[in-house]
Design a protein around this ligand. Structure first.
Ligand SMILES: [Zn+2]
Length: 530
């Protein structure tokens, strides 16, 4: 007994032009792809269910290879300031919100982006003190590698001129050495540690909200990094098992495990592991550096727009290598966040020293700045590169002034990476970038924002539509060694499908953004229907 899907176009993505008009599925696995006639005349099958695609187009299930599912849900639930384009707008929104918060309680907002403001000024403690001196305020920067706070929050955290920068973090200071409220990377923890404990309902609610949105955008799975940010890591993992119950809610979640909680998850969490086939534990996540926005991405040469700094390494070369070595004790691949080229060099050296076990792949996440010698070394490693095409649309043109012209040819160089034979997987890094996979695909192909009309930032790095689709399908499957089960529509593969209203191959890139998700199908179950 099984399901016949027919009446539309089935793009298997096994090759660029592979198109069929029917597919037969049994017990969540694809049994046969072919013509409608061929399938209905197959001996030994019983079609118990028929689903008419009504002209829509079936693709292999889209999988976001790097995002933060709970963070995405929080963004949907919380005060999101990422679209605001001036300090005045920001003030207006915050003043309105703070009115409803009792004195002494936190005002939290997500995603300020000073690059959208006319004067590109980061809102500092003086600006936030105009909002309130009776509430602690945190506004995270859009990159999540920095936050800005007011005087109340700084006082609570005892951050004054006498406090030194913590390892891997920067406390910005004015000319007199007084902290401005702007905190980078690890310095954020000084304030974040004071936040009240997350309760279980909050995490579950954020996750459920996120899942609904992912299904709505056509995602059948995602590789998510959340376990180190909400108190007890095993509780956060438990929330995934509860929300993705495998019955009402199916979704292929692969969870990166931050190295600081690997012991809890892999050792203490043993009793709750692997009990849900839809929630898998993935690579061990390690941060090597920060981000370009706050100039904390770790570069081999100084920032072109600030010769005083070349960024921040979260760990020394030796520390990074020993964290990778530690991860090998759990028999797990690593997933290292590297944005600057020197961070990438550290990560490559650590992996060369302590390679992943045969047949597995490590992951390197972001790779915004690379070099030819590093690409050559990457070719010899068993790695997948997790890229987020949307960063090109969001970070250019300001990123050009950070990096200068000489570094640009090897920055955000997706085509160059692919042409070196390196495996790339595509993601959004939501909540930093919007979740919509069609926006990600659009950015990979056009290298510009939908609102812009130029030839793209770094034209020769544009991908074809087929390559862009592969990032979010087979690329994501390869990132977790699942390419024999997922990532294309093929006999024996899992029945995960993203069904769109139209055939992307027949449209212009700007038209993709109007294409609707008709159905999201996981394990042959319809999880979303328009
Ligand atoms: Zn991320």
């Amino acid at each position: 007994m099984g399901t016949l899907w027919y009446g539309g176009k089935i793009r298997t993505l096994q090759t660029e032009n592979d198109v069929y008009d029917a597919i037969y599925v049994e017990k969540g696995k694809v049994i046969k792809i072919g013509s409608h006639n061929e399938i209905i005349n197959m001996p030994d099958i019983t079609i118990s269910e028929e689903i008419n695609l009504q002209g829509s187009v079936m693709y292999p299930g889209f999988v976001d290879s790097h995002l933060h599912m709970i963070g995405h849900g929080e963004k949907l639930l919380k005060l999101d300031v990422s679209e605001l384009t001036s300090i005045d707008e920001l003030k207006e929104v915050l003043l309105k919100t703070v009115k409803d918060i009792p004195n002494g309680q936190w005002l939290l907002a997500e995603g300020f982006n000073e690059n959208l403001y006319p004067n590109k000024i980061v809102p500092d403690r003086n600006i936030l003190d105009e909002i309130s001196v009776n509430h602690p305020i945190i506004i995270t920067r859009v990159c999540r590698h920095a936050m800005t706070t007011n005087s109340f929050a700084l006082n609570l955290a005892n951050i004054d001129a006498s406090v030194e920068d913590p390892p891997g973090g920067i406390i910005e200071r004015d000319d007199d050495g007084i902290p401005t409220g702007y905190l980078h990377d690890q310095a954020q923890e000084l304030v974040r540690n004071l936040l009240p404990e997350y309760d279980f309902n909050y995490i579950e609610n954020a996750l459920a909200t996120s899942l609904k949105d992912l299904h709505k955008h056509g995602y059948t799975g995602a590789h998510s990094e959340d376990l180190n940010y909400y108190g007890d890591a095993t509780k956060t993992l438990e929330a995934f098992y509860r929300v993705i119950d495998g019955e009402k809610q199916k979704f292929r979640a692969n969870l990166l495990v931050h190295h600081e909680v690997a012991n809890e998850i892999f050792v203490e969490g043993d009793s709750i592991r692997e009990k849900d086939p839809f929630v898998e534990l993935g690579s061990i996540k390690i941060f090597a550096d920060g981000a370009l926005g706050g100039r904390t991405a770790f570069l081999s040469e100084a920032y072109s727009d600030d010769p005083e700094t070349h960024g921040v390494a979260i760990h020394s070369q030796e520390q990074l290598a020993s964290i990778v070595q530690e991860a090998r004790h759990f028999n797990m691949p690593v997933a290292i966040h590297t944005i600057g080229d020197l961070a990438l060099e550290y990560a490559i050296s650590a992996i060369e020293q302590f390679p992943v076990r045969e047949g597995k792949r490590d992951r390197l996440i972001h790779l915004q700045v690379t070099r030819q010698d590093l690409l050559d070394r990457l070719q010899k490693l068993s790695v997948v590169l997790d890229i987020q095409p949307r960063f090109v649309a969001s970070d250019f043109p300001w990123v050009e002034s950070r990096l200068g012209h000489s570094r640009l040819p090897y920055s955000f160089a997706w085509k160059t990476m692919l042409s070196h034979g390196l495996i790339c997987a595509g993601g959004s890094d939501a909540p930093i970038e919007p979740i919509d996979p069609l926006l990600g695909i659009h950015a990979a192909v056009t290298r510009r924002n939908p609102s812009e009309s130029h030839e793209g930032y770094g034209e020769k790095e544009k991908l074809s539509l087929y390559e862009a689709l592969q990032l979010f399908t087979i690329g994501s499957a390869k990132a977790i060694n699942m390419e024999n089960k997922r990532g294309i529509i093929a006999t024996g593969y899992e029945a995960d499908f993203t069904i769109l209203s139209e055939d992307l191959f027949e449209l212009e890139p700007d038209e993709w953004l109007d294409v609707k998700v008709e159905k999201t199908v996981v394990d042959n179950s319809i999880m979303y229907e328009r």
